[in-house]
Design a protein around this ligand. Structure first.
Ligand code: AMP
Ligand code: ZN
Ligand code: FE
Ligand code: FE
Length: 273
């Protein structure tokens, strides 16, 4: 069976493998295709596409963005985007500025409490990355304030904790317009992540379909067979194609690329949309 993984992060956002290393990793695992889907940036895509050519792995240029739905950040994957599209660049500049504002606020709060974290230091230790909470978490672990990234989120950075600061997410319809303008296809990522009551999940799915979503990530590293079956029935009900991926972040999360098994046929069906 030809296998794929349509959800992977690199050092361009909060993964720990460079784009080229991630593609080589896919090759070593025997995967036939992977999508590179960094948060809020296409910056890793040229390197990943080159590496794919070099080692014989099909690389799908992708992105993962957070869109606003009732004040929550809902993750949308965009596949087959043109990394150089100007509308995309414009939108992501705004996102990065908003992240900077929020990162400065979080760092200032840590310093107020005597924890010496500056944005400058985070940028220096993560050059060329879109900086987010995972990088704060890694710094807290390194400085001995947390035992691991999960612990750092739980005690410091999760919503409801002292150092959590909200950021503004992209208006939902605008995100879909920009993905479409950039030649991309939009997919609802890990729909069970938000622990929504079923009625809300249905309402959200309807909203995303109306905005232009073509697929749903039903196969996901955190979901068991029952959850996957449920999502597949939901996808069928809304006329969405089924996709799947691991949400690989290298050493930042205990998830291996290529879990679960995702058959190549799902990529063909996505391409056909
Ligand atoms: P941000 O976009 O800066 O708010 O950071 C969100 C990212 O942090 C998510 O995409 C996850 O990769 C990671 N994350 C969120 N919550 C946790 C957690 N409890 N443990 C580990 N990583 C997390
Ligand atoms: Zn991430
Ligand atoms: Fe996500
Ligand atoms: Fe992700």
């Amino acid at each position: 069976m030809k296998r794929i993984d349509l959800h992977n992060h690199t050092t361009a956002s909060d993964g720990t493998l460079t784009p080229a290393e991630a593609v080589v990793h896919a090759r070593l695992l025997g995967l036939d295709a992977i999508a590179v889907t960094d948060h809020d940036t296409p910056a890793g895509l040229p390197e990943a596409l080159d590496a794919g050519q070099a080692v014989g792995v099909e690389v799908i240029p992708g992105i993962e963005v957070s869109v606003d739905w009732q004040g929550r950040g809902i993750h949308i994957l965009g596949y087959f985007i043109d990394p150089a599209a100007s509308s995309l660049r414009h939108l992501l500049n705004w996102v990065v500025a908003e992240r900077r504002r929020r990162n400065e606020a979080i760092a200032a709060l840590f310093r107020e409490d005597g924890i010496d974290i500056t944005l400058d230091k985070l940028v220096k230790s993560n050059p060329d990355s879109v900086i987010g909470r995972p990088h704060f978490a890694a710094a807290l672990v390194e400085m001995g304030y947390a035992s691991d990234v999960t612990d750092a989120f739980r005690r410091f950075l999760d919503r409801g904790q002292r150092y959590y600061r909200k950021r503004e997410y992209i208006p939902l319809r605008r995100a879909f317009e920009v993905i479409r303008d950039a030649g991309g296809k939009a997919v609802f990522a890990h729909p069970l992540q938000y622990r929504l009551p079923e009625a809300d999940l249905l309402e959200l799915t309807r909203t995303l379909v109306d905005a232009g979503a073509v697929g749903m990530e039903c196969l996901y590293s955190q979901y068991g067979p029952e959850e996957t079956a449920y999502l597949q029935s939901l996808a069928a009900r809304f006329g969405l194609c089924v996709t799947g991926g691991s949400d690989f972040h290298g050493a930042r999360k205990p998830i291996e690329m290529g879990t679960p098994d995702v058959p190549y046929e799902l990529l063909e069906a996505l391409k056909a949309r």
